[in-house]
Design a protein around this ligand. Structure first.
Ligand code: HEC
Length: 145
């Protein structure tokens, strides 16, 4: 685990160093159908985040976990990326995608714990922020047009 984490830290540092602030984003060439699919997926991601946040506000933690896992978590990888878009992404970009999906799955686990205790805590909000960090990390480094 420690090794896995330090691997990620090294990876993220490498990505950060190769794209200093203001240096612009790397353009990724995707076939047209894949670019369209990516954007549709992205809009669904944002909608899912809205829904998840709303459900948290309503105290429906289990439902928030379901949406997060189905639409953003590792369960969604097959549908969203691997078959359609993921295979056209540069490796580092795909890894950033996987990291976001892992964060969403981890958030879902936190939300299920909150359902058990009946209350959201800082850890749950931090887990949600980690998902959003997964979004922004990729947006900072890559563009399609
Ligand atoms: C692996 C990389 C990656 C991850 C992770 C990622 N995105 Fe994106 N997203 C992109 C790229 C590339 C674009 C196209 C941006 C561009 O060309 O300027 C995009 C575009 C978008 C758009 C605009 C869609 C449109 O119709 O133009 C939205 C909204 C969006 N992302 C939301 C999200 C949200 C919310 C998350 C996290 C839950 C997320 N994205 C995670 C790469 C990513």
């Amino acid at each position: 685990m420690a090794l896995k984490m330090s691997g990620w830290v090294a990876f993220l540092c490498a990505v950060g160093l190769s794209f200093p602030a203001g240096a612009g984003r790397e353009q990724v060439e995707l076939p047209e159908f894949a670019a369209k699919h990516l954007k549709a997926t992205m809009r669904d991601h944002l909608e899912a985040l809205e829904r998840v946040t709303r459900l948290l506000a309503e105290g429906s933690y289990d439902k928030a976990a379901d949406i997060a896992e189905e639409r953003l978590g590792m369960s969604s990888v097959e549908i969203h990326y691997e078959r359609h878009v993921g295979k056209y992404m540069p490796t580092e970009m795909r890894l950033l995608g996987t990291r976001m999906h892992e964060a969403a799955t981890s958030f879902a686990a936190s939300a299920r714990r909150a359902e058990g205790t009946g209350a959201a805590d800082e850890r749950l909000l931090a887990a949600l922020a980690n998902v959003m960090e997964g979004c922004t990390a990729c947006h900072k480094h890559y563009r399609t047009q």
